[in-house]
Design a protein around this ligand. Structure first.
Ligand code: HEC
Ligand code: HEC
Length: 372
């Protein structure tokens, strides 16, 4: 890879404080910090300091430093209830997720934009809501989203329960007039009130707008997709191919895991998009739209890389069509690295290993209660 800025062990350790520099050369002497020094230090600094100078010529068979792997975690077990009110809530949430009657026009459901058999996305640059209106942002996947530290690209909802109420009332998405109209639409479908009563036994008014969010959220908490990557993290060295391990090394050597870290390889912090070079599309204020603080302009939630090979197009603005393009853009705009096609392909090979298993039974389309 071609570093665009000053490089070397010293600067890499200084700015990243990460073990990526420890991989090939600088490492064993270097202070392997147990804390990721956020790249925030480099914001606006102009010069780029990355651990890129060491190249990627590692034997493909070489295993990854286990201390580096500890930056990632296997997916937590979703622990899905099989009986009682909790199970009733999940099954109600599944129905609501698929029910187009939550939308004003009667033809848009959560599943329209987050197709569960398509890894939770619509594969559009921007989603289409009621009346074919285009959404302002690319739809992220709902798989594993419940585990993120916050919801939406800009973090304007704290959890999936709160998040679920947004799109129902969003005029460009499902366009319901207000919470009362949603409650009255659901109350008029004879099958729903008894299901809400079963799912929320303590509620005086079980069919309520917050309970709609609680049920959908309970269902979303089960949308977890473990795969080969989790087996690898649990110690099965053969769960990844040599080519995938090589790609993982390029990812680590480049410093990508400073932001894409943890169980979700993302979903744990906001970061600016366009740290080294300004992001070409400056239309979206990102987190600044929520905080009203100009310092948060172009800050977005670092997206999870779980299932990323199946969730294109990429970025909040849908500007990268392919994963190769997205990886190259990240190298350039976040890290100041010009990846060769081989390097980008190598990272992509590893990213493909992050595709997990869809929970086919859990996501099977339920029979919805008929209207009156
Ligand atoms: C018209 C398309 C559309 C519909 C319908 C829709 N969404 Fe979304 N969803 C989006 C878009 C676009 C975003 C990103 C918006 C943003 O971040 O500002 C999003 C974001 C999300 C997120 C946040 C994920 C993350 O990683 O931050 C979740 C969870 C989610 N939607 C669940 C739902 C649920 C539940 C429903 C149904 C109640 C629903 N969506 C209906 C398009 C849609
Ligand atoms: C400084 C933090 C940071 C670093 C370093 C970083 N990323 Fe990102 N990444 C982000 C942010 C923020 C986004 C969301 C940007 C947006 O949509 O505007 C993102 C988005 C992505 C996406 C698109 C995901 C999606 O669902 O749309 C991919 C793929 C990706 N990064 C891979 C990488 C790779 C590979 C590297 C290393 C070459 C890397 N990133 C380095 C912060 C970072």
């Amino acid at each position: 890879m071609n570093p665009r800025g000053r490089t070397g062990c010293k600067s890499a350790l200084l700015f990243f404080g990460i073990a990526s520099a420890a991989l090939n050369g600088c490492g064993e002497q270097g202070p392997e910090s147990s804390q990721v020094t956020r790249i925030a230090a480099a914001h606006g600094a102009g010069a780029v300091h990355v651990a890129a100078a060491h190249g990627t010529a590692v034997p493909a068979s070489e295993e990854i430093n286990p201390r580096l792997l500890r930056r990632f975690l296997p997916l937590p077990d979703p622990r899905i209830a099989t009986d009682g009110a909790e199970a009733a809530k999940v099954s109600l949430g599944r129905m609501l997720f698929f029910d187009t009657r939550l939308s004003k026009s009667g033809d848009v459901a959560c599943n329209s934009c987050h197709a569960l058999d398509e890894y939770g996305v619509d594969h559009r640059k921007r989603s289409l809501g009621i009346g074919g209106q285009e959404d302002g942002r690319n739809a992220p996947t709902v798989y594993n989203a419940a585990g993120h530290f916050t919801q939406f690209w800009d973090g304007r909802a704290s959890d999936v329960e709160a998040q679920a109420l947004g799109p129902i009332l969003n005029p460009k998405e499902m366009g319901a007039t207000d919470a009362a109209s949603v409650v009255s639409a659901l109350s008029s479908i004879p099958g729903y009130p008894p299901m809400f009563a079963k799912a929320f036994p303590g509620s005086k008014d079980p069919v309520s707008f917050p309970n709609v969010g609680a049920a959908i959220g309970a269902f979303e908490r089960g949308l977890v997709t473990p795969g080969r990557w989790d087996s690898y993290l649990r110690g099965d060295a053969n769960a990844l191919t040599a080519a995938e391990k090589k790609g993982l090394k390029v990812f680590l050597n480049s410093g990508c895991m400073v932001c894409h870290t943890g169980a979700y390889l993302g979903g744990s912090m906001f970061e600016r998009v366009g740290i080294v070079e300004p992001w070409p599309n400056q239309d979206d204020r990102g987190r600044a739209g929520v905080t009203k603080n100009d310092g948060d302009k172009m800050m977005f939630k670092v997206p999870s890389l779980r299932n990323v090979a199946r969730t294109g197009p990429y970025f909040h603005d849908g500007s990268a069509e392919t994963l190769e393009d997205a990886v190259k853009a990240m190298g350039r705009f976040q890290l100041g690295l010009d990846f060769s096609s081989d390097e980008a392909d190598s990272i992509v090979a590893w990213l493909r290993s992050l595709t997990g298993e869809l929970p086919r039974t859990y996501i099977a389309r339920p029979t919805l209660p008929p209207g009156k």
